[in-house]
Design a protein around this ligand. Sequence first.
Ligand SMILES: NC(=O)c1ccc[n+]([C@@H]2O[C@H](COP(=O)([O-])OP(=O)(O)OC[C@H]3O[C@@H](n4cnc5c(N)ncnc54)[C@H](O)[C@@H]3O)[C@@H](O)[C@H]2O)c1
Ligand SMILES: O=P(O)(O)OC[C@H](O)CO
Length: 314
Amino acid sequence: MDNKPTFPATKPQTLGILGAGVWGRTLGQLVSQNGHRVEYWSRSGDRSLEEVVTGANILLSAVSMKGVASVLSQVKAIGLGTDTIIVTATKGLDPQTTCTAAQLWQRAFRDRPVVVLAGPNLSKEIQQGLPAATVVASNDESAASLVQEVFSSSNFRVYTNPDPLGVELGGTLKNVMAIASGVCDGLQLGTNAKAALLTRGLTEIIRIGTHWGAQMETFYGLSGLGDLLATCNSPLSRNYQVGYQLAQGKTLAEILPDLEGTAEGVNTTQVLIQRAKTLEISVPISYQVHQLLEGQITPKDAVEALMLRDIKPE
Ligand SMILES: NC(=O)c1ccc[n+]([C@@H]2O[C@H](COP(=O)([O-])OP(=O)(O)OC[C@H]3O[C@@H](n4cnc5c(N)ncnc54)[C@H](O)[C@@H]3O)[C@@H](O)[C@H]2O)c1
Ligand SMILES: O=P(O)(O)OC[C@H](O)CO
C-alpha cells in the first residue's frame, strides 16, 4: 500500500505577502506551487497595502527588520479580519525596543495568532527545488498546524513547535555567528577553529535565549543548531559573506551595497550588544563581532581576543 501523504492537505488559502524581496518571493513560490493564492505587497510595487491585507486570510511578513515597525503600523491602520493569521519570517531585532519581529506583531495585534517561520532555509537552494525543512511556531496550535499544511510539500518539510520565541531567536542570533564564521573561513583558520566557534556560538545563543524566556531544547532543533550549521557553512549566506569579506580587508561600507538582499546580522549584533550590556549577559563572540563591525579591531585582533580570555571550565 502507498502511504505517501498528498500535498496540499488543506483547501486553497489566500496569502498576502508583505515584502517582495528574496525570501518573500521564495516563500510565495512554495505556496503557489501548493495551489494557494498569493498576493504580494512591497513599498515599490503597484498593489495597495489595503487590497493585499484585506484580501488575505494569512498575512505573511518577509520584510527586513528595519521595515517591520513601519509596515505593521500601516497594517494596524487598515485593520485585520477577525480570522487572519499573521506569519512572520523576519530574522532580526528591533533597535528601538530590542524585540523580535513576532513580539512586535503580537503587541500590535494582541488577539490574533502570530506564527514564526524559521529554519535552515537558504533561499537560492529552495528556489532550485532542493529539499529543505523548516519550523512554524506559535502559541496557537491550530494556526501553526494550518500554516504547516499550507507550506508542506515533497521539497519542503514543515514541523510545528510551541516555542515561538526560541524558534525566532535561533534564526536571528545565528546571523551574528554567521558573520564570525565567515571571518573564520576568510582567515583560513581551519576546521578545528570552526567547530569551536559553532559550538561556543551555540552556547552563547542558548545563554541569551534562555535568559529571554525561550526553551533550551528549541535551540538544538532546526531553527537553532540547524540554521546555525546551514548559515555558518554556506557562501550563499549574506551574513557569512559579510564576515568573509571583512576578513579579506574590505570595510562594511564597501561590502553592503553589493550584497543580494539584507544581512540582518549587522543590525542584530548592535541590538544584541545593547541588550546584553543592560542585562549583564556574557556574549564574548558577539562582542568581538560588534567591535569588528564598528571598525574598532581587525579580524585577527578579534580571534586573538577570544583565544586569550581567562581560562575556565566548559
Ligand atoms: N533570503 C533568505 O534566504 C532568507 C531566509 C530566511 C529568512 N530570511 C529573512 O527574511 C527577511 C528578508 O530577507 P530577504 O533576503 O528577502 O531581504 P531583501 O532585502 O531581499 O528583502 C527585504 C524586503 O523588505 C522590504 N523593506 C525593507 N524596509 C522596508 C520598509 N521600511 N518598508 C517596507 N518594506 C521594507 C524591502 O523592500 C524588501 O521587499 C530578513 O529578515 C532575513 O533574515 C531570509
Ligand atoms: O543569507 P542569510 O545570511 O540572511 O541567511 C539566510 C537564512 O537565514 C538561512 O536560513
